[in-house]
Ligand binder design. Structure first.
Ligand code: FAD
Length: 459
């Protein structure tokens, strides 16, 4: 009696309930199959959308595409080129056998990643069908459409992509090299030094910790702030905060002037933590014998004065420069600090029309980040195909970049911004809030995006 009174959907073993469960499973299975089918079809359609037509590929034929520099910029462009035209003739010139995931250096310095987490075997990253010249470019000869490598090999091209990145210029700060060898200084812009910083920070419990920011261009304009804030948080949670003074010296007028909305949100949070921010101060020299960092301060009346700060732990930042082969070549111009002279929207060289640039080495004014490259690579490849097919380059880069600003352990402000310093895709990021979600994404998601989306040419 009881059984027959129960609604069919709540039964406990009669025939109708068995039917319902099967039907539910069928519906679920059907739904999953539809999603899978949609995924496969969507994936297939996306893969097809990256390809140029067979007729266009035939017109490009065996034109020689050469990519100088095989880190994230060069690899992403090379892989994306081959997604567009699998039979393309692509050569990559890169001396390193080990690839460094540099966005992970901050997390190495902060003790979240280990050394092995940021290293990849270069060969394992190379797209199939590409030639690898394991050598450095020694000279560019744009009039001859040729580059010459350190071992003297001449590599001719029809189209060249320059992706040489930027490097620290130790000579830009007097005493910098000596300081980096000393037991009280290290920075996160080099893997060994990042590991050293981690050791120094973990054993530091008392004294003055001084962090600096360089003038001129640098890669990842947020990293010097991130390591300052993470270190402060480390000392706070270790119970050492009362004994440690944290100083951040920057030649800029504020913490994050490039994106005013983020600057306005983050500055009060950082100031509330008792970090001393010193604006308008440029690191000029380090006196290792007295452990003194020496800054030049530009005052509002136009005069300069010297500021000296004693340190017990120093995270110094020098200026940056492009590699010698680029900064000494015809591919740069006066006033660009050795960077590649490209149009900031098409990424095409302003004087040599068959040369393009991607990533940090380009004089675009965009942030020098991997996030920038994710947006630039499809523009470069699209325009390469355009000019190889005798069309005007139709693809445009709008300056978009991204930054995961790690404000403390477990918290991150994630945002994207354009050439004008305006926030982009605000709805997605909640950019002026410190969230755990974006910390988790920075630690676990971004490396996968870098390795499996960018380096595979899916951008
Ligand atoms: C501490 C730190 C934190 C960062 N955090 C982030 C982050 O959170 N998010 C983000 O998006 N980005 C971040 N970045 C920035 C990001 O790593 C760089 O923007 C990116 O690596 C630039 O790629 P690239 O290919 O232009 O140059 P690079 O990665 O610098 O590579 C240049 C390549 O050129 C090669 N090369 C140099 N000279 C020659 C030559 N003469 N011939 C041939 N090859 C040559 C080099 O061996 C190298 O492989 C961070 C960087 C650092 C250092």
């Amino acid at each position: 009696m009881e059984q027959t009174d129960k609604p069919a959907s709540a039964g406990d073993g009669d025939g109708r309930q068995g039917m319902t469960r099967r039907r539910a499973l069928k519906i679920l299975g059907g739904g999953a199959a539809l999603i899978a089918l949609g995924g496969v079809t969507g994936g297939y359609a996306y893969r097809r959308s990256l390809r140029i037509s067979p007729a266009e590929a035939a017109r490009i034929g065996k034109a020689r595409f050469v990519v100088a520099g095989g880190s994230i910029g060069g690899l992403t462009v090379a892989a994306r080129l081959l997604r567009g035209m699998p039979e393309a003739n692509v050569t990559l010139i890169e001396p390193r056998e080990v690839h460094h995931y540099q966005p992970g250096y901050t997390l190495v310095g902060a003790g979240v990643y280990d050394r092995d987490d940021v290293l990849f075997d270069q060969e394992s990253l190379l797209p199939r069908g590409m030639r690898w010249v394991k050598d450095s470019v020694e000279a560019f000869e744009p009039e001859n459409n040729r580059v010459v490598t350190a071992s003297g090999e001449k590599v001719d091209y029809d189209y060249l992509v320059v992706a040489l990145g930027v490097e620290m210029d130790f000579a830009s700060v007097e005493g910098f090299a000596e300081a980096m060898e000393s037991p009280h200084a290290a920075n996160i812009y080099d893997l060994d030094s990042s590991q050293k910083f981690r050791r120094l920070a973990r054993t530091f419990s008392e004294g003055e910790a001084v962090f600096t920011y360089p003038s001129g261009y640098l890669k990842c304009g947020g990293a010097p702030q991130k390591i300052t804030w993470l270190s402060e948080d480390l000392w706070r949670s270790a119970g050492h905060r009362d004994g440690v003074e944290v100083h951040f010296h920057t030649p800029r007028p504020s913490l994050f002037p490039v994106v005013p909305a983020v600057d306005a949100a983050v500055t009060p949070l950082i100031e509330a933590r008792g970090i001393h921010n010193h604006y308008g101060q440029d690191l000029r020299a380090i006196d290792v014998s007295t452990r003194t960092a020496i800054f030049e301060e530009k005052r509002e009346d136009g005069s300069n004065r010297e500021i000296r700060r004693h340190y017990d732990l120093l995270h110094p930042m020098p200026g940056f420069r492009t590699p010698a082969a680029l900064r000494g070549s015809e591919l740069t111009a006066d006033g660009l600090g050795g960077q590649l002279e490209v149009d900031r929207h098409t990424l095409r060289h302003k004087r040599f029309g068959n040369i393009f640039g991607v990533g940090d080495c380009c004089a675009t004014g965009a942030a020098k980040t991997a996030a920038t490259i994710r947006k630039q690579a499809p523009v470069v490849v699209g325009n390469l195909f355009d000019i190889a097919l005798d069309r005007d380059p139709a693809h445009r880069y709008d300056g978009t970049s991204g930054c995961p600003l790690l404000t403390r352990y477990g918290r991150c402000m994630m945002f994207e911004f354009d050439y004008n310093g305006e926030l982009v895709n605000e709805w997605l990021y909640q950019p002026t809030r410190e969230t755990r979600r974006w910390w988790t994404f920075k630690v676990h998601g971004l490396k996968r995006l870098y390795r499996h989306v960018m380096i595979e040419g899916w951008v």
